[in-house]
Every structure is written in C-alpha cells, then in structure tokens.
Ligand binder design. Structure first.
Ligand SMILES: [Zn+2]
Length: 311
C-alpha cells in the first residue's frame, strides 16, 4: 500500500465510528497533574526516549530516541531497498486504523471521554489533510477509529511497565496506529517505522491524555501533540534534527534550525543557512496553536517510509 501524496483532500470530518468498540464507562476529563520540568532521557536500550540534546516541549520531556547520522544513513539505505521491491505492489491511498487505549487510573483520572477521542481523530484527519494552512501539504493519509479500550490500572496510567502493557494491549499489524493515552512527564513518545520489525509489540505512540482536545495542558491541548507523534510514527524527524546542517531532518523544504522552538516566535532564524525556522511545522516544538503544516517533502517522506516499513 502506498500513501498518495498531495493528490487529494480529505474531509476533516470523516470519522468512522462504525467500528467503535467501546469498553468501560467514559468518565469526565480530569485535570492534568503537571509533573517534571526538565528534559528527560530514558535509559539506553529502550525503544524510545527523549532527545538528549533538545529541550522539552512546554516543560514536558519529549519524545523519540536519538538517531545518529550513521543510523540515518543505514535507514535511508534500507528504505531504498524496500521501496525498490514494494513499488510494484503499490496501491493509492492509505487509511490507517487507529486503536486508542485509554489507560486510566483506578480513581478514573485520565479517563477521557469518547467525544475527546473522536475529536482527536478529527484533528489527525484535519492536520494530515492540510486543513490548517493553504500552504500545508495534503498528505493523503486518513485515520479511522478502529477501537477504543479502557483500563483502570494505576501503574499503566503512569506509563509504568510500558513495554508490558503495550504488548498486552496492542492491536493490528504494522499499518495500525496504536495510541496509548497516559499520564507521564512527556507530552508524547513515538516509535519509528523502521523499528517495527524488531519490536512490533511496542509499536505506536504514547500521548499525554491531557493533550487531547479539551485537555488541561495550557498551550498543548488542541490535540496536535498526537499529530507530531504520528509524524514520527510515519518516519519524520524533528525539524531541528541535526541542527544547522544541510542534512538535518532529511527533508529539503524544512529550513534548518539550531534548536527547538518554544511558543510561536514569528521570524525566528536560528541558522545561517537559507530560510526562516519552520516554527509552524508540526515537527517543531511550538505551541499547538502555532502548528499549521507538514511540507510536501515531509509528506513524500512519510509516504516512502510507510511503503517501506508499514505496508
Ligand atoms: Zn518529537
């Protein structure tokens, strides 16, 4: 399966609920407990961790494991080989089934409503369809809610034993997006597509439940943390990956930037290389309200990475 890039616009409101599997009783969204204000690095050898060299987004640690330049080269080579083979079996368009796992506490904390879940899927569809800016890419990726399940486990709610809970609850294959909603020191953490083959059981995104639309994290509660994390899940790096270098994020139409953006500083230009910092890009660390776009080359990269590693 290949994602068609830029060929069609997807209605943001198309969210199928026919396949909804609702388990448990939806409860009210509860206030977030804002914890941690320093960038955190999980121990080496885990699937994902906050970037050691980048500041946190909004005081929350964030979000994928670091990738060295050597590993970047190896990933590019693997993707190129796989694309050669899979190109023959391409079909247009990609609808990604989304399994949402609500990891609530025993007292109901974090038990987001079904309405919030549907709004989150709507945000994914709108942002991937280029709905927030005329300049944004229409990626051709659509998301369809395939199931919601709910757990009431204080350890899991706090993202404890995360490899275990993910293996126990993950649904679908390489092309299925699993989103675990938890309460932790991060806004979100994602796995990369090229890691799926090695560790399929933990593949997906973990997202702070209070970042969903209507959540309680100021400046980060429009649901676009999930957009950012799904960008990683489809193979995008941060726009500040590699800093002020030509290679940086391996995407040619996102100007280099030296470091993550905080807030929404119009005109920021942190590198001598051409172009202003892409502060409105979903793969920076700006406020949700500042995010408006993926670029055409990011869309193409997501398509390639999906074809190589998730189809
Ligand atoms: Zn990130």
């Amino acid at each position: 399966m290949r994602i068609s890039t830029g060929l069609r616009r997807t209605a943001a409101s198309v969210v199928s609920v026919a396949a909804l599997s609702l388990v448990g009783v939806p409860g009210p969204a509860t206030a977030a407990v804002v914890v941690g204000d320093t960038p955190c690095v999980e121990p080496a050898g885990t699937d994902s961790r906050a970037d050691a060299g980048s500041s946190a987004r909004g005081g929350y640690g964030h979000d994928t494991r670091p990738v060295s330049a050597t590993e970047q080269r190896q990933i590019r080579a693997r993707a190129a080989r796989l694309l050669d083979r899979s190109a023959r079996a391409e079909s247009a368009g990609a609808t990604i089934p989304v399994y949402v796992h609500v990891m609530a506490a025993k007292d109901g904390s974090g038990n987001v409503t079904n309405s919030q879940v549907r709004r989150q899927i709507g945000v994914l569809n709108n942002t991937f369809a280029g709905g927030e800016s005329d300049a944004a890419a229409q990626t051709g990726v659509t998301f369809e809610l395939a199931g919601v399940d709910r757990f009431y486990n204080d350890t899991w709610h706090r993202d404890g034993a995360s490899a275990n809970y993910r293996k126990q609850t993950r649904e679908g294959g390489a092309d299925a997006l699993n989103m675990w909603l938890v309460d932790f020191k991060y806004l979100g953490i994602a796995t990369f597509p090229w890691d799926y083959a090695k560790r399929p059981g933990i593949d997906g995104v973990r997202v702070n439940y209070a970042s969903l639309p209507g959540g309680s994290i100021a400046n980060y509660n429009l649901g676009e943390t999930a957009t950012h994390e799904v960008g990683h899940w489809l193979g995008l790096y941060h726009t500040f990956q590699g800093g002020c270098t030509e290679l940086n994020d391996e995407v040619s139409d996102t100007p280099a930037q030296s470091s993550p953006t905080n807030g929404c500083p119009e005109g920021r230009d942190s590198c001598a290389l051409p172009g202003l910092d892409p502060i409105h890009n979903y793969m920076d660390y700006s406020y949700d309200s500042c995010y408006t776009e993926f670029t055409g080359e990011q869309s193409a990269r997501m398509s390639d990475m999906f074809t190589a590693f998730r189809s």
